[in-house]
Design a protein around this ligand. Structure first.
Ligand SMILES: CCC(=O)SCCNC(=O)CCNC(=O)[C@H](O)C(C)(C)COP(=O)(O)OP(=O)(O)OC[C@H]1O[C@@H](n2cnc3c(N)ncnc32)[C@H](O)[C@@H]1OP(=O)(O)O
Length: 305
Protein backbone atom coordinates (compact mmCIF):
# COMPACT_ATOMS: atom_id res chain seq x y z
CA UNK A 1 0.00 0.00 0.00
CA UNK A 2 1.24 3.48 -0.84
CA UNK A 3 1.10 4.62 2.75
CA UNK A 4 3.07 7.77 2.73
CA UNK A 5 5.67 9.11 5.08
CA UNK A 6 8.17 11.56 3.58
CA UNK A 7 11.63 11.84 5.03
CA UNK A 8 10.81 15.38 6.22
CA UNK A 9 7.86 14.09 8.17
CA UNK A 10 9.86 11.16 9.55
CA UNK A 11 12.57 13.55 10.80
CA UNK A 12 9.95 15.65 12.59
CA UNK A 13 8.14 12.64 13.91
CA UNK A 14 10.79 10.37 15.38
CA UNK A 15 11.74 12.50 18.45
CA UNK A 16 8.06 13.09 19.26
CA UNK A 17 7.23 9.41 18.88
CA UNK A 18 10.15 8.40 21.10
CA UNK A 19 8.78 10.72 23.76
CA UNK A 20 5.25 9.43 23.33
CA UNK A 21 5.92 5.71 23.41
CA UNK A 22 5.90 5.53 27.20
CA UNK A 23 2.64 7.47 27.55
CA UNK A 24 -0.88 6.16 27.50
CA UNK A 25 -3.66 8.39 26.18
CA UNK A 26 -6.40 5.85 26.41
CA UNK A 27 -8.30 7.30 29.34
CA UNK A 28 -8.07 10.94 28.32
CA UNK A 29 -9.15 10.26 24.74
CA UNK A 30 -11.79 7.66 25.48
CA UNK A 31 -13.54 9.68 28.14
CA UNK A 32 -13.39 13.10 26.52
CA UNK A 33 -13.88 12.26 22.85
CA UNK A 34 -17.07 10.42 23.72
CA UNK A 35 -18.54 13.61 25.21
CA UNK A 36 -20.66 15.89 23.03
CA UNK A 37 -18.38 18.30 21.17
CA UNK A 38 -18.63 21.80 22.61
CA UNK A 39 -20.43 24.39 20.48
CA UNK A 40 -18.93 27.52 19.01
CA UNK A 41 -15.31 26.66 19.80
CA UNK A 42 -12.95 27.44 16.94
CA UNK A 43 -9.62 26.24 18.40
CA UNK A 44 -7.54 29.08 17.07
CA UNK A 45 -4.37 26.95 17.06
CA UNK A 46 -5.83 25.16 14.04
CA UNK A 47 -5.38 28.31 11.96
CA UNK A 48 -1.60 28.08 12.47
CA UNK A 49 -1.58 24.92 10.35
CA UNK A 50 -2.00 26.83 7.13
CA UNK A 51 -2.19 26.08 3.43
CA UNK A 52 -4.97 25.16 1.07
CA UNK A 53 -8.53 26.44 1.05
CA UNK A 54 -12.11 25.23 0.99
CA UNK A 55 -14.10 26.98 -1.74
CA UNK A 56 -17.86 27.26 -1.97
CA UNK A 57 -20.06 28.32 -4.86
CA UNK A 58 -23.82 28.69 -4.34
CA UNK A 59 -26.34 29.11 -7.12
CA UNK A 60 -29.63 30.51 -5.83
CA UNK A 61 -31.48 29.80 -9.07
CA UNK A 62 -30.79 26.04 -9.11
CA UNK A 63 -30.29 25.66 -5.35
CA UNK A 64 -27.01 23.81 -5.97
CA UNK A 65 -23.84 24.47 -3.98
CA UNK A 66 -20.42 23.03 -4.80
CA UNK A 67 -17.83 22.71 -2.04
CA UNK A 68 -14.28 22.16 -3.28
CA UNK A 69 -11.33 21.04 -1.16
CA UNK A 70 -8.59 23.06 -2.75
CA UNK A 71 -5.10 21.94 -1.75
CA UNK A 72 -4.00 20.07 -4.87
CA UNK A 73 -0.25 20.11 -4.11
CA UNK A 74 -1.07 17.83 -1.14
CA UNK A 75 -3.89 16.03 -2.95
CA UNK A 76 -6.41 18.11 -0.94
CA UNK A 77 -5.18 17.02 2.48
CA UNK A 78 -7.10 19.02 5.11
CA UNK A 79 -5.01 21.57 7.00
CA UNK A 80 -6.16 23.23 10.25
CA UNK A 81 -6.94 26.37 8.29
CA UNK A 82 -9.16 24.32 5.94
CA UNK A 83 -10.92 22.71 8.93
CA UNK A 84 -11.89 26.15 10.22
CA UNK A 85 -13.03 27.22 6.74
CA UNK A 86 -15.09 24.05 6.43
CA UNK A 87 -16.77 24.87 9.76
CA UNK A 88 -17.62 28.38 8.53
CA UNK A 89 -18.97 27.03 5.24
CA UNK A 90 -21.23 24.52 6.98
CA UNK A 91 -22.57 27.38 9.14
CA UNK A 92 -23.17 29.43 5.99
CA UNK A 93 -25.03 26.51 4.33
CA UNK A 94 -27.22 26.09 7.42
CA UNK A 95 -28.52 29.61 6.78
CA UNK A 96 -28.95 29.19 3.00
CA UNK A 97 -32.71 29.05 2.55
CA UNK A 98 -32.64 28.63 -1.26
CA UNK A 99 -30.47 25.53 -1.11
CA UNK A 100 -31.54 22.10 -2.36
CA UNK A 101 -28.32 20.20 -2.95
CA UNK A 102 -24.61 20.12 -2.25
CA UNK A 103 -21.75 18.49 -4.14
CA UNK A 104 -18.53 17.92 -2.15
CA UNK A 105 -15.42 17.36 -4.28
CA UNK A 106 -11.66 17.68 -4.36
CA UNK A 107 -9.68 19.72 -6.84
CA UNK A 108 -7.66 17.77 -9.39
CA UNK A 109 -6.84 14.07 -9.26
CA UNK A 110 -7.80 13.40 -5.62
CA UNK A 111 -10.82 13.63 -3.36
CA UNK A 112 -8.96 13.89 -0.04
CA UNK A 113 -6.17 11.88 1.66
CA UNK A 114 -7.33 12.93 5.12
CA UNK A 115 -5.76 15.34 7.56
CA UNK A 116 -2.58 17.11 6.48
CA UNK A 117 0.12 14.80 7.84
CA UNK A 118 2.52 17.74 8.25
CA UNK A 119 0.04 19.11 10.78
CA UNK A 120 -0.87 15.78 12.37
CA UNK A 121 2.75 14.94 13.18
CA UNK A 122 3.12 18.27 14.96
CA UNK A 123 0.11 17.78 17.21
CA UNK A 124 0.62 14.43 18.88
CA UNK A 125 -0.52 15.57 22.34
CA UNK A 126 -3.92 14.31 23.38
CA UNK A 127 -5.42 17.77 24.04
CA UNK A 128 -4.92 18.86 20.44
CA UNK A 129 -6.05 15.47 19.17
CA UNK A 130 -9.22 15.79 21.21
CA UNK A 131 -9.87 19.34 20.03
CA UNK A 132 -9.37 18.50 16.36
CA UNK A 133 -11.60 15.44 16.81
CA UNK A 134 -14.32 17.57 18.49
CA UNK A 135 -14.18 20.26 15.85
CA UNK A 136 -14.34 17.86 12.91
CA UNK A 137 -17.00 15.73 14.61
CA UNK A 138 -19.25 18.70 15.01
CA UNK A 139 -18.58 20.10 11.54
CA UNK A 140 -19.18 16.80 9.72
CA UNK A 141 -22.22 15.96 11.85
CA UNK A 142 -23.73 19.31 10.91
CA UNK A 143 -22.82 18.81 7.26
CA UNK A 144 -24.60 15.44 7.39
CA UNK A 145 -27.72 17.09 8.87
CA UNK A 146 -27.97 20.01 6.44
CA UNK A 147 -31.41 20.23 4.81
CA UNK A 148 -29.71 19.70 1.44
CA UNK A 149 -29.34 16.49 -0.56
CA UNK A 150 -25.58 16.05 -0.48
CA UNK A 151 -23.26 13.93 -2.58
CA UNK A 152 -19.52 13.36 -2.49
CA UNK A 153 -18.16 13.28 -6.04
CA UNK A 154 -15.06 11.12 -5.57
CA UNK A 155 -12.51 11.32 -8.37
CA UNK A 156 -9.34 9.88 -6.85
CA UNK A 157 -8.32 8.67 -3.40
CA UNK A 158 -10.53 9.24 -0.34
CA UNK A 159 -8.28 8.11 2.50
CA UNK A 160 -8.37 8.31 6.29
CA UNK A 161 -10.22 11.51 7.21
CA UNK A 162 -11.09 11.82 3.50
CA UNK A 163 -12.95 8.49 3.70
CA UNK A 164 -14.72 9.81 6.81
CA UNK A 165 -15.61 13.05 5.04
CA UNK A 166 -17.27 11.18 2.19
CA UNK A 167 -19.57 9.40 4.67
CA UNK A 168 -20.88 12.79 5.83
CA UNK A 169 -22.83 13.29 2.60
CA UNK A 170 -26.08 11.52 1.74
CA UNK A 171 -24.67 9.84 -1.38
CA UNK A 172 -21.33 8.99 -2.91
CA UNK A 173 -20.60 8.74 -6.62
CA UNK A 174 -17.19 7.60 -7.85
CA UNK A 175 -15.11 7.66 -11.00
CA UNK A 176 -13.21 4.54 -12.08
CA UNK A 177 -9.95 5.98 -10.71
CA UNK A 178 -11.45 6.65 -7.27
CA UNK A 179 -11.01 4.51 -4.20
CA UNK A 180 -11.94 4.71 -0.52
CA UNK A 181 -9.65 3.51 2.29
CA UNK A 182 -10.21 3.73 6.02
CA UNK A 183 -6.50 3.47 6.88
CA UNK A 184 -6.79 4.79 10.44
CA UNK A 185 -6.10 1.45 12.17
CA UNK A 186 -2.96 1.02 10.04
CA UNK A 187 -1.79 4.36 11.46
CA UNK A 188 -2.47 3.27 15.04
CA UNK A 189 -5.66 5.31 15.39
CA UNK A 190 -9.39 4.90 14.77
CA UNK A 191 -11.80 7.17 12.89
CA UNK A 192 -12.31 10.36 14.89
CA UNK A 193 -14.38 12.54 12.59
CA UNK A 194 -17.60 10.53 13.02
CA UNK A 195 -16.87 8.34 9.99
CA UNK A 196 -16.76 5.07 11.94
CA UNK A 197 -20.29 5.58 13.21
CA UNK A 198 -21.60 6.72 9.83
CA UNK A 199 -19.88 3.85 7.98
CA UNK A 200 -21.36 1.29 10.38
CA UNK A 201 -24.85 2.66 9.77
CA UNK A 202 -24.27 2.72 6.03
CA UNK A 203 -22.88 -0.77 5.43
CA UNK A 204 -23.67 -2.66 8.66
CA UNK A 205 -21.59 -4.00 11.50
CA UNK A 206 -19.70 -6.86 9.83
CA UNK A 207 -18.69 -4.91 6.73
CA UNK A 208 -17.71 -1.85 8.75
CA UNK A 209 -15.51 -3.99 10.99
CA UNK A 210 -13.87 -5.55 7.94
CA UNK A 211 -13.19 -2.18 6.29
CA UNK A 212 -12.05 -0.35 9.43
CA UNK A 213 -9.84 -3.17 10.74
CA UNK A 214 -8.12 -4.02 7.46
CA UNK A 215 -7.77 -0.52 5.97
CA UNK A 216 -8.18 -2.21 2.60
CA UNK A 217 -8.99 -0.48 -0.67
CA UNK A 218 -12.63 -0.21 -1.68
CA UNK A 219 -12.89 0.08 -5.45
CA UNK A 220 -15.95 1.72 -7.03
CA UNK A 221 -17.58 -1.57 -8.06
CA UNK A 222 -17.41 -2.92 -4.50
CA UNK A 223 -18.56 0.41 -3.06
CA UNK A 224 -21.71 0.20 -5.20
CA UNK A 225 -22.24 -3.47 -4.34
CA UNK A 226 -22.15 -2.84 -0.57
CA UNK A 227 -24.28 0.31 -0.76
CA UNK A 228 -21.47 2.70 0.08
CA UNK A 229 -21.62 4.37 -3.33
CA UNK A 230 -24.62 4.88 -5.60
CA UNK A 231 -23.16 5.32 -9.06
CA UNK A 232 -19.96 5.04 -11.08
CA UNK A 233 -19.43 8.14 -13.18
CA UNK A 234 -18.71 7.10 -16.78
CA UNK A 235 -15.08 7.67 -17.78
CA UNK A 236 -14.53 10.88 -19.71
CA UNK A 237 -17.44 12.77 -18.16
CA UNK A 238 -16.86 16.06 -16.33
CA UNK A 239 -17.32 15.02 -12.71
CA UNK A 240 -19.29 18.03 -11.45
CA UNK A 241 -21.47 18.15 -14.56
CA UNK A 242 -22.24 14.41 -14.41
CA UNK A 243 -22.95 14.56 -10.67
CA UNK A 244 -25.22 17.58 -11.11
CA UNK A 245 -27.18 15.69 -13.75
CA UNK A 246 -27.38 12.58 -11.54
CA UNK A 247 -28.68 14.69 -8.63
CA UNK A 248 -31.58 16.06 -10.64
CA UNK A 249 -33.74 12.99 -9.90
CA UNK A 250 -33.82 14.27 -6.30
CA UNK A 251 -33.88 18.02 -6.81
CA UNK A 252 -36.57 18.46 -9.49
CA UNK A 253 -39.17 19.45 -6.89
CA UNK A 254 -39.67 22.73 -5.10
CA UNK A 255 -37.07 23.77 -2.58
CA UNK A 256 -39.31 23.40 0.47
CA UNK A 257 -40.25 19.83 -0.50
CA UNK A 258 -36.66 18.73 -1.16
CA UNK A 259 -35.60 20.15 2.20
CA UNK A 260 -38.57 18.64 4.02
CA UNK A 261 -37.75 15.15 2.68
CA UNK A 262 -34.16 15.47 3.91
CA UNK A 263 -35.36 16.69 7.32
CA UNK A 264 -37.66 13.66 7.64
CA UNK A 265 -34.77 11.29 6.88
CA UNK A 266 -32.39 13.02 9.31
CA UNK A 267 -35.01 12.81 12.05
CA UNK A 268 -35.77 9.17 11.18
CA UNK A 269 -32.12 8.18 11.47
CA UNK A 270 -31.04 10.32 14.41
CA UNK A 271 -33.97 10.84 16.79
CA UNK A 272 -35.81 8.46 19.12
CA UNK A 273 -38.92 7.21 17.35
CA UNK A 274 -41.51 9.45 19.08
CA UNK A 275 -39.46 12.57 18.36
CA UNK A 276 -38.83 11.45 14.78
CA UNK A 277 -42.58 10.94 14.24
CA UNK A 278 -43.29 14.40 15.64
CA UNK A 279 -40.66 15.92 13.37
CA UNK A 280 -42.14 14.10 10.37
CA UNK A 281 -45.61 15.46 11.21
CA UNK A 282 -44.15 18.95 11.49
CA UNK A 283 -42.56 18.67 8.03
CA UNK A 284 -45.84 17.32 6.61
CA UNK A 285 -47.82 20.26 7.97
CA UNK A 286 -45.26 22.66 6.52
CA UNK A 287 -45.77 21.44 2.95
CA UNK A 288 -49.47 20.43 3.10
CA UNK A 289 -51.56 22.80 0.96
CA UNK A 290 -48.40 24.54 -0.22
CA UNK A 291 -47.73 25.48 -3.86
CA UNK A 292 -46.13 22.13 -4.78
CA UNK A 293 -49.04 20.21 -3.25
CA UNK A 294 -51.71 22.31 -4.97
CA UNK A 295 -49.89 22.13 -8.31
CA UNK A 296 -49.67 18.32 -8.04
CA UNK A 297 -53.38 18.02 -7.23
CA UNK A 298 -54.34 20.21 -10.17
CA UNK A 299 -52.33 17.97 -12.50
CA UNK A 300 -54.27 14.87 -11.32
CA UNK A 301 -51.01 12.94 -11.42
CA UNK A 302 -50.96 9.21 -12.05
CA UNK A 303 -47.96 7.15 -11.00
CA UNK A 304 -47.99 4.25 -13.42
CA UNK A 305 -44.78 2.33 -14.19
C1 LIG B 1 -7.99 11.99 10.54
C2 LIG B 1 -6.79 11.12 10.41
C3 LIG B 1 -6.17 11.15 9.05
O1 LIG B 1 -6.77 11.54 8.09
S1 LIG B 1 -4.56 10.64 8.96
C4 LIG B 1 -4.17 10.79 7.25
C5 LIG B 1 -4.35 9.48 6.54
N1 LIG B 1 -3.95 9.61 5.19
C6 LIG B 1 -2.86 8.98 4.66
O2 LIG B 1 -2.13 8.29 5.32
C7 LIG B 1 -2.67 9.21 3.18
C8 LIG B 1 -1.21 9.44 2.86
N2 LIG B 1 -1.04 9.58 1.44
C9 LIG B 1 -0.88 8.51 0.60
O3 LIG B 1 -0.98 7.34 0.98
C10 LIG B 1 -0.55 8.83 -0.83
O4 LIG B 1 -0.05 10.16 -0.92
C11 LIG B 1 -1.78 8.69 -1.78
C12 LIG B 1 -2.97 9.48 -1.29
C13 LIG B 1 -2.15 7.19 -1.92
C14 LIG B 1 -1.41 9.23 -3.19
O5 LIG B 1 -0.23 8.63 -3.64
P1 LIG B 1 0.46 9.23 -4.95
O6 LIG B 1 -0.54 9.32 -6.03
O7 LIG B 1 1.67 8.37 -5.22
O8 LIG B 1 0.89 10.72 -4.59
P2 LIG B 1 2.04 11.19 -3.58
O9 LIG B 1 2.15 10.25 -2.44
O10 LIG B 1 3.25 11.49 -4.37
O11 LIG B 1 1.37 12.55 -3.03
C15 LIG B 1 1.42 13.78 -3.76
C16 LIG B 1 1.74 14.87 -2.77
O12 LIG B 1 0.65 14.93 -1.84
C17 LIG B 1 1.19 14.88 -0.50
N3 LIG B 1 0.21 14.23 0.39
C18 LIG B 1 -0.53 13.14 0.16
N4 LIG B 1 -1.30 12.85 1.21
C19 LIG B 1 -1.04 13.81 2.15
C20 LIG B 1 -1.52 14.07 3.46
N5 LIG B 1 -2.48 13.32 4.05
N6 LIG B 1 -1.01 15.11 4.12
C21 LIG B 1 -0.07 15.90 3.56
N7 LIG B 1 0.40 15.72 2.32
C22 LIG B 1 -0.07 14.68 1.62
C23 LIG B 1 2.46 14.06 -0.65
O13 LIG B 1 3.33 14.34 0.41
C24 LIG B 1 2.98 14.55 -1.96
O14 LIG B 1 3.64 15.78 -1.73
P3 LIG B 1 5.15 16.00 -2.28
O15 LIG B 1 5.00 15.94 -3.76
O16 LIG B 1 5.96 14.88 -1.72
O17 LIG B 1 5.50 17.35 -1.75
Amino acid sequence: MALFCSSVIKRALVPKLTRKLGECHLHTCASTCAAAPPDNVRYSWLSAAGGGAVDLTKDDASGLAVLTLNNPERLNAVTGHMMLQLGDIVNDLKEWKNGKALIVRGKGRSFCPGADLNMVYNMLDSKQGREMCSFMHRTLTELHRLPLISVAAIDGPAIGGGAELCTATDFRVMTERADIKFVQALLGIVPGWGGGTRLTRLVGRTRALDLLSSGRTIRPEEAVEIGLASWIIPTGRDVVEATTEWLQRYTRGRTEVVRAVKNVVVAGTELPVEEALAKEAEQFVNVWGGPAHVEAILKSMKHKK
